[in-house]
Design a protein around this ligand. Structure first.
Ligand code: ZN
Ligand code: ZN
Length: 243
């Protein structure tokens, strides 16, 4: 399983970059997790848009879904150009029915996931864990049978993320704040909480993403290293993990 970071900012994208979007590939199957602002433009450096087999969304905040609308237009245009009728499944929860309905368009189909049951898509199995966030949001535990990634999505620190993450090979964690800041009320984690999560779950590698627009980002890594002895790095576009 290969992960490629496409977008890694929280809230909005800085120049030449995107908010939350991750490319997962295994056995020739291509899945996008979240599709934030700027994602569609950046994605095309790494994948042909019509080669995407599925999209899975954690929640409906704009920094995770802003480019769904233009993804839908790209499939409309590309299907017309190539005289094809390909339909892209977009998986999301249905706790916000209006937002869920927006996932369906001419050539995309909204597919409801039941967080209790998880999902099988191509070679991937997804388990979900509701997070602590102002909008209904789900962390994902994703495996292809060989490697396992936990994506925290957006959340404040919750102890049940520890058990959810145990045994994974990588945690892809949202890290919206520095150690001295409390992100809990906003539904986000700080660097210390990311480090504690990875340590308590005994996961060997941690990637910090959903990054803030202030401070020295490398400080986030230094702060995590005070609580976690595994491998930690900042997300950036094009960063890959696995193969
Ligand atoms: Zn977010
Ligand atoms: Zn959010």
């Amino acid at each position: 399983m290969k992960l490629t970071v496409i977008g890694y900012w929280g809230a909005y994208p800085e120049q030449e970059s995107a908010t939350s979007c991750y490319l997962l590939e295994s056995n020739g199957f291509t899945c996008i997790v979240d599709c934030g602002s700027g994602a569609l433009s950046r994605l095309q450096k790494y994948v042909n848009l019509m080669d995407i087999d599925a999209v899975v969304l954690s929640h409906y905040h704009n920094d995770h879904v802003a480019d769904i609308g233009v993804l839908q237009y790209s499939w409309l245009v590309q299907n017309a150009i190539h005289q094809t009728e390909k339909v892209l499944p977009i998986y999301g929860h249905a706790e916000d029915q209006e937002k869920f309905n927006d996932l369906t368009h001419n050539y995309t189909k909204g597919m409801e996931y039941d967080p209790k049951n998880g999902l099988e898509i191509g070679p991937f199995r997804f388990k979900f864990q509701k997070t602590s966030h102002p909008a209904p949001c789900y962390a994902m535990r994703i495996t292809n049978g060989e490697k396992t990634i936990v994506y925290t999505a957006d959340t404040s620190y919750m102890s049940n993320l520890v058990s959810f993450s145990e045994g994974a090979d990588l945690i892809l964690a949202e890290c919206s704040f520095y150690e001295h800041q409390d992100g809990g009320k906003a539904g986000h984690m700080n660097s210390k909480e990311c480090g504690e999560l990875a340590r308590k779950a005994n996961v060997p590698e941690l990637i910090l993403s959903h990054l803030p627009h202030f401070g020295e980002l490398n400080q986030l890594v230094e702060e995590v290293e005070n609580y976690y002895s595994g491998d930690v790095q900042l997300a950036k576009e094009g960063l890959t993990w696995g193969d």
